[in-house]
Design a protein around this ligand. Sequence first.
Ligand code: S3P
Length: 174
Amino acid sequence: MSDFNKIILIGFMGTGKSSVAEALAEALQLPNLDVDKEIVASDGRVIPDIFVQEGEDGFRTIESNVLKQLLELPNPAIIATGGGAVLKAVNRELMLASGLVIQLSASADVIISRVSNDRGRPLLQGDVAERVHTLLEARANAYDFAHLTIDTSDQSISQIVNEIANAWHKSQSR
Ligand code: S3P
């Protein structure tokens, strides 16, 4: 069983999860754990190679295992997830049981401008704008199980960090 002591960032690619996690970890003096980075460190392959060699399903299985390991660590931490980690119900349930789940969102245009020219995201290869629109539609509401949603399109990182830190302190004092 996990303790409810994590701050878990979810959201579509390009919504700012990694940047916000870094600043939040600094502000709250907590470790910053990134599921994608842990996958690469433990598997030894970069994400595009895992997609090519194992397919998306194979990647999702590895992702679930790594997410579970991080959520079950005993100490408080910030955990930034990949955009597709919400697709499995078992992942969603474990996230909700393990801490405060924060959805970062952004408009399609902002997402496209943040992720264009990106070679590291296998699901966005080809026509990036078309891929983003298609996936956003396929994942409509997929992130809505979060305790709190923050639109990162027009806010500074420090505003976003403050909002999450306030929600975190409130959840801890209950
Ligand atoms: C994915 C998002 C990526 C990474 C992989 C798949 C997705 O993470 O896990 O390319 O399915 O949305 P980021 O959201 O950090 O880009």
